[in-house]
Every structure is written in structure tokens, then in C-alpha cells.
Design a protein around this ligand. Structure first.
Ligand SMILES: Cc1cc2nc3c(=O)[nH]c(=O)nc-3n(C[C@H](O)[C@H](O)[C@H](O)COP(=O)(O)OP(=O)(O)OC[C@H]3O[C@@H](n4cnc5c(N)ncnc54)[C@H](O)[C@@H]3O)c2cc1C
Length: 421
């Protein structure tokens, strides 16, 4: 494939902007297409928990998860909820989701593939942040998982698989936990510290800085909503937008949870769903954790950001258009107050911010990274689900390698976009 192609990148979330930086590095000309501000609130890349956890390799669907489905349907405020009204639409995706995690071997296949994608991610992000002039936004000090009992950890398939894949960690008993985290509720009696992991202190600001860096390096940002891709035979000629066509030699579909319509325009009907998530953020909190932590019982991550203490997580299957259920954010807030009893219960509303957004999720927990079936001028890079911030760094490199027709630096078969077709 020729160098110096004009590449249109659709979507300026973490995946799109890092793909832009890496494509420019390969000598391509780049146009970033996004109706919104890069790093803005419309993107999942803005409101996520900020974990750069190279060990987050276990897909959401595991053996036996089907037994929990009735609970998902009955409790609209549970850590994973499915809205009844959306069930018929979600059903084909849900079936694939359950099947993807049906056996331990399937989960292991995904974990091993994600390990390839995420390995060294904190270092890759640190280098990108340095390049963009914001090194302080990426920290590589490890993260902590906290449990109410050691049993919850010992019985977990995920940790067994992580060990098999070479992830190392430090275990903390109740006393060690208290020393490290004096303000954490004493019901948390066991902790695991993964030192290889990192965190981002402000994901929105990080993506905005990466986009500014791409633009300073020659990329152009066109504020438009892409509606499709135009082919002449197997040759891409343009990206169609609401305001006209943008002629180009190649395109990258990185529109997060909204990528489905774009792939459909060239004949790929892919099972991409949104796993909606929420965050709550307390500005200037009185106390909080010393480390960034994942709370096993609440299924949420608590992370300090430059704007406040953020608790983010939970999954809601309700599609792209339904209104948010802000009670879910209230639950995150209540968990946070319960975890840190010294946080006042009457924090004024003016100090609490909430957000909701769309994880772009494939049923097996693996993103799509590869060529469209109709043309090798089109590269797909979406579907990163719960690991899109951490996974964006290597994804950007892979996209650039595909655009240049080079050998990808990791095996791409597990991420093949047509694996469900
Ligand atoms: C609550 C929550 C917590 C999370 N925590 C973490 C975490 O700790 N660590 C982690 O690694 N991941 C986390 N994630 C997942 C992560 O945020 C996502 O996987 C990741 O941000 C996806 O990035 P993206 O660039 O693919 O999509 P997005 O960030 O959603 O960006 C897509 C962009 O495409 C644009 N777009 C959409 N449609 C079009 C169109 N038609 N034309 C042009 N542009 C378009 C949008 O405006 C948007 O800017 C979390 C997600 C949530 C919701």
C-alpha cells in the first residue's frame, strides 16, 4: 500500500485521536471527523474511570453468568441491569455475550488476546502524554482491588487466569489494608495491588491534549457527523457526512458505540452494543483513597481526578437513545459515601457532578481491529468495551500498521471484525 495516503478518521475519542497520531507518524495525511469536541462529554473517553489497567483482560461474560440474567432484568438499579423495553433488541447480542463466556477456555482465549493488546499500555500512554506535553496526566503507580473477604478473590476465575498470563500482584491482609487506606470502611478486609497498572488523572483533558497534538502535527479536524462510506468497487473514495462528502484514500471507523451504522454502509452488520455506564464525581472531597481502587462488591472504580474524586462503573443495557436513569449515579454516590465513612452525608449538590456514557461493546469483550470485508482501505477500530482507554494506545499503533499494509505488532485474528459474521 502506498505511503502518504489521505486518511479520514471517524471519531475523535481516545481510539480515534491516538490512531491519528500514529497515522501521522507513518507519513499519512489525516482528517479527523467528529461533530463534537475531542475529549468532550459526548465520548466514553471523557467520563471513564481512568484506569490504565493492563491486567483488565477478563471479559464481562464468564461461565454461569446466565444464572444472573433474571436478576439483571428484575433489578433496574443492580450493577448490571437490562431494560425490559430494550430486551427484544438486545437479545441477539445477549445470546452471543452468554455464549462467548460459556466455557473457561473461551474466556481464556479472550484474556490471552487482551493481554497482547494491553501489555505495556501504561508506558505507551506515558510516552504519548509526554509527546502531547501533558506527562502529568498519566501515572504509573499501580492500582488496588479491594474485597470484603479473601474468599471472593480466591474463588475468582479471573484472578486464576491473570496468574496464568503472568500478571503479578501484591496481596494485603486487613491490617496492611488499614495502614495503606486508613479512611476505607473496615468491611474491606483484603486487597490486591497490581503495580504494573497506571491511571489517568483526567481522561477528557488527556484526549483533548492528544487531539491538539495531532492537529499541531498536521491533522485537520472537521466538525461533521459521518453517515457512511462511499466505495467505487473495492476502492474507498469518500466519507459521507451530513454536510457533504470528504474525499479520501482510506478511512478508520473509530466512532465508539455509534460505529455500527458506518460499518453497515459497507455491508458489515456487526454485533456492537452499548454497555451504558455512569460516573459521579465529588469536588474537593474531605477524604478518599490513597490508591486508585476497584471495589469488588459495587463493581465500580474509585479514582482521583484533577476535577475531584470519581466513582465510575456499572452496566446498563438500554440502547443508544434511551434517557439516562440518574438513580444509577446516585447508587454510585451512596456506595462511595459508604466506602469512606468520613465523607459527609450532606455534601451539597453543587459539589457533585454526574455523567453517563456509552461503552462500545462486542459480545466477547474484544474490540474489532482490522479491515472491512468490502475494502482494505477501511480499517475498523471500535468495540473496546470496558478497556478502551487503556487499549487505545496499542490500537492506534495497529491501525497505523494496517493503513500502511505492514505486519501488525500482535496477532490480530482474535480481533477480526468478521468473527461473528
Ligand atoms: C463508566 C465507564 C467507566 C470506564 N472506565 C474505563 C477505565 O477505567 N479504563 C478503560 O480503559 N476504559 C474504561 N471505560 C471504557 C472506555 O471509556 C471506552 O472503551 C473508550 O473510551 C472508547 O473509546 P472510543 O474512542 O472507541 O469511543 P468514544 O470515546 O465514545 O469516542 C467516539 C467518538 O466518535 C464520535 N462519533 C460518534 N458517531 C460519529 C459519527 N457518525 N461521525 C463522526 N464522529 C462520531 C463521538 O462524538 C465521539 O467523540 C469506561 C467506560 C465507562 C462508560
Amino acid at each position: 500500500m502506498p505511503e502518504g495516503r489521505h486518511v479520514a478518521i471517524i471519531g475523535a475519542g481516545a481510539v480515534g485521536v491516538i490512531s491519528a497520531i500514529e497515522a501521522l507518524r507513518e507519513g499519512h495525511r489525516v482528517t479527523l471527523i467528529d461533530p463534537g469536541e475531542p475529549g468532550g462529554e459526548q465520548a466514553a473517553s471523557y467520563g471513564n474511570a481512568g484506569w490504565l489497567s493492563s491486567h483488565s483482560v477478563i471479559p464481562p461474560s464468564e461461565p454461569g453468568v446466565w444464572k444472573k440474567v433474571p436478576g439483571y432484568l428484575l433489578d433496574p438499579l443492580g450493577p448490571l441491569a437490562i431494560r425490559w423495553s430494550y430486551l427484544p433488541k438486545a437479545l441477539p447480542w445477549l445470546v452471543k455475550y452468554l455464549l462467548s463466556g460459556w466455557t473457561e477456555a473461551r474466556v481464556e482465549t479472550t484474556a490471552s488476546a487482551l493481554r497482547d493488546l494491553l501489555k505495556d499500555a501504561p508506558l505507551l500512554h506515558k510516552k504519548l502524554a509526554e509527546e502531547a506535553g501533558v506527562p502529568e496526566l498519566i501515572e504509573r503507580n499501580g492500582v488496588m482491588h479491594v474485597f470484603t473477604s479473601r474468599g471472593n478473590f480466591d474463588n475468582d476465575l479471573g484472578w486464576r487466569l491473570r496468574k496464568k498470563l503472568g500478571v503479578e500482584w501484591l496481596e494485603l491482609n486487613a491490617d496492611e489494608m488499614r495502614q495503606r487506606e486508613p479512611d476505607l470502611h473496615p468491611r474491606y478486609t483484603f486487597g490486591v495491588v497490581v503495580e504494573e497498572a497506571g491511571r489517568c488523572r483526567d481522561p477528557g483533558a488527556y484526549v483533548a491534549a492528544l487531539a491538539a497534538h495531532a492537529i499541531a502535527s498536521g491533522a485537520k479536524h472537521v466538525r461533521a457527523k459521518a453517515t457512511g462510506l462511499k466505495l467505487n468497487g473495492d476502492k474507498l473514495v469518500a466519507v459521507l457526512t451530513e454536510t457533504g462528502e470528504i474525499a479520501c484514500d482510506a478511512a478508520v471507523v473509530a466512532a465508539g458505540a455509534r460505529s455500527k451504522q458506518l460499518t453497515a454502509s459497507v455491508g458489515d452488520s456487526l454485533p456492537l452494543e452499548t454497555e451504558r455506564g455512569y460516573h459521579v464525581m465529588i469536588e474537593k472531597p474531605e477524604v478518599g483513597p490513597r490508591s486508585s481502587m476497584m471495589v469488588s462488591d459495587a463493581k465500580m472504580v474509585v479514582n482521583w481526578t484533577d476535577k475531584g474524586l470519581r466513582a465510575a462503573g456499572t452496566v446498563e443495557i438500554a440502547g443508544l437513545e434511551a434517557a439516562p436513569n440518574w438513580k444509577r449515579a446516585e447508587i454510585l454516590r451512596n456506595h462511595l459515601l459508604g466506602m469512606f465513612p468520613k465523607l459527609p452525608k450532606d455534601i451539597p449538590a453543587s459539589r457533585i457532578k454526574t455523567w453517563f456514557g456509552h461503552r462500545p461493546s462486542m459480545p466477547d469483550g474484544r474490540p474489532c481491529i482490522g479491515y472491512a470485508r468490502a475494502s482494505r482501505d477501511i480499517v475498523y477500530a471500535f468495540g473496546h468495551g470496558h478497556v478502551g482507554l487503556v487499549g487505545s494506545a496499542r490500537t492506534g499503533r495497529l491501525v497505523a500498521q494496517l493503513l500502511s499494509g505492514k505486519q501488525a505488532e500482535i496477532p490480530l485474528a482474535p480481533f477480526a471484525p468478521d468473527r461473528f459474521l
